[in-house]
Design a protein around this ligand. Structure first.
Ligand SMILES: Nc1ncnc2c1ncn2[C@@H]1O[C@H](COP(=O)(O)OP(=O)(O)O)[C@@H](O)[C@H]1O
Ligand SMILES: [Mg+2]
Length: 325
């Protein structure tokens, strides 16, 4: 039986993305995670609208609400809160992750809700988390989109790191930018620590994770310099892994032209000080049609398909589909 049994068709929409040359014929499912340090910046909004667009491109999509404390992805898609949630899986009440997928009014788009039982998931043991991460990979869909909660909790970072595309959302506000840097840096260190075979390099990474450490390591570049000083061989290895890591950036709620360049600045800073590759996906303008559609519990793509935000979303999606990672 198909998971996507709801066949309510989308309104008369024009898909403006020419699909030629894009990476749409994914054999294995592709996981995209949408995170960012701060709440209220548009992660859920972006996740739900990207999901809707992918479903229009005839891709089977499952969105997962990973904002465990404040799950609201269902509302942005106009569906009721599901009865079964991820905590049923984590607590072993459900074995097959497909039993959690709730249909949405859109053909090809399913939803898995975060835990309504915050205790269960927030205190997940290592084994339970590893099992959950594996289950995400088993979902029978072309795209799995993870809508992450705010903050840099280790669970959030691990779900972010699992993804093929690690998407960070920020707004032009200094507080949001600061949180985005913190989020990127935390994820970066966590990845480096998990993949470092050398115990003393892991120890140094832990030191670096403390922003006020006494060794003066303030950025991943400083960390690399310190490792290089102690062991050039480990330094070369670390440098390689740093360059393999990449995040993709979306700036949301842009109100004036100058703010549209913020993505480029963040990209430059991350390259210079973190030694990390950042893909600048584009930006979404602040658009009244966007928040108005949320009030009506509808994705803006469905509610206001001609608003300016749609053109920008298409540009972002085109960029996302160009590369796999
Ligand atoms: N581009 C935008 N234009 C207008 N309003 C926006 C835009 N992006 C986000 N918002 C507003 O911000 C609110 C929070 O967005 P949401 O996706 O729930 O944030 P997050 O998931 O990051 O907490 C939305 O409900 C909407 O009112
Ligand atoms: Mg959210």
């Amino acid at each position: 039986m198909s998971l996507f049994k709801f066949k309510v068709s989308a309104p008369n929409v024009r898909v403006n993305i020419p699909t030629r040359g894009l990476n749409l014929n994914t054999q294995a499912r592709t996981i995209w995670a949408i995170g960012g340090g701060k709440g209220g910046i548009g992660k859920t909004l972006i996740t739900s609208n990207i999901a809707v667009y992918l479903s229009w491109l005839n891709k089977r999509v499952v969105v997962v609400d990973m904002d465990l404390g404040g799950a609201n992805l269902h509302t942005s898609l106009g569906v009721e809160p599901p009865n079964r949630t991820l905590s049923d899986l984590v607590m072993g009440r459900i074995e097959d992750i497909h039993d959690l997928i709730q249909p949405t009014p859109l053909k090809n788009l399913g939803l898995i809700s975060g835990a309504q039982d915050p205790v269960g998931i927030a205190n997940m043991r290592h084994m339970q988390k590893a099992r959950l991460l594996r289950k995400f990979r088993e979902i029978d869909a072309d795209f799995v989109l993870l809508d992450l909660g705010a903050g840099t909790a280790t669970n959030t970072l691990d779900f972010f790191l699992l993804a093929d595309k690690k998407i960070v959302v920020t707004t032009p506000e200094p507080t949001a930018i600061e949180n985005a840097y913190r989020f990127i840096k935390s994820a970066f260190y966590r990845m480096l620590r998990a993949s470092s075979p050398s115990p003393y390099v892991r120890q140094l990474i832990e030191t670096a994770m403390d922003a006020k450490n006494s060794r003066g390591i303030r950025t991943p570049r400083d960390l690399l310099a310190e490792v290089n000083r102690l062991s050039p061989l480990d330094g070369a290895e670390l440098d390689k892994r740093m360059h393999q890591f990449s995040v993709s950036l979306i700036v949301n709620q842009v109100r004036v032209k100058a703010e549209s360049d913020i993505g480029k600045s963040i990209q430059m800073v991350c390259e210079r000080y973190f030694g990390m590759d950042v893909e600048n996906l584009g930006y979404l303008p602040y658009d009244n049609a966007v928040w108005q559609s949320i009030r009506r519990r509808m994705p803006f793509l469905l509610e206001a398909p001609n608003c300016t935000a749609v053109t920008h979303l298409e540009e972002i999606l085109r960029n996302l589909l160009k590369t796999k990672r």
